[in-house]
Design a binder for this molecule. Structure first.
Ligand SMILES: [Zn+2]
Length: 128
């Protein structure tokens, strides 16, 4: 028999495990979306939506490097230079402006020094 404390710990570990798997699946789906985007944008969008749903269900956040690859509004899979525009505004408060060219949704992201949101995350499968 578990004591209550032990039980909670086991439960926590199980939750972490589920979240781990969810994050892995999200990453996999986004990579897949990236792969199929040039051939089949519909499919890429479907993968993106699936990734988004997993993040909701498992209550995990989309990994930072992929966070802006799914439109918050229309859930389209966004590819910089294709259906997503990334502008760096350096006047006053430096910030990035990300625009979904599918639905026109724009998002401003404060740009901090050291934060790398490179424009050139096109095809280089940089899994460091
Ligand atoms: Zn959109």
């Amino acid at each position: 028999m578990y004591s209550y404390g032990e039980f909670m710990r086991v439960k926590d570990r199980r939750r972490d495990y589920i979240k781990d798997i969810a994050v892995q699946r999200i990453e996999k789906l986004i990579k897949l979306a990236e792969e199929v985007y040039s051939r089949d944008q519909e499919l890429a969008n479907r993968y993106a939506e699936l990734a988004y749903r997993i993040s909701l269900r498992a209550r995990v956040k989309i990994p930072k490097k992929y966070k802006y690859r799914i439109c918050r509004k229309c859930r389209a899979f966004l590819v910089p230079g294709r259906n997503m525009s990334v502008r760096l505004k350096s006047r006053r408060e430096p910030h990035l402006v990300i625009k979904c060219l599918v639905c026109g949704y724009t998002k401003r992201i404060p740009y901090k020094k050291g934060l790398k949101v490179s424009k050139s995350c096109n095809n280089s499968s940089g899994s460091s």
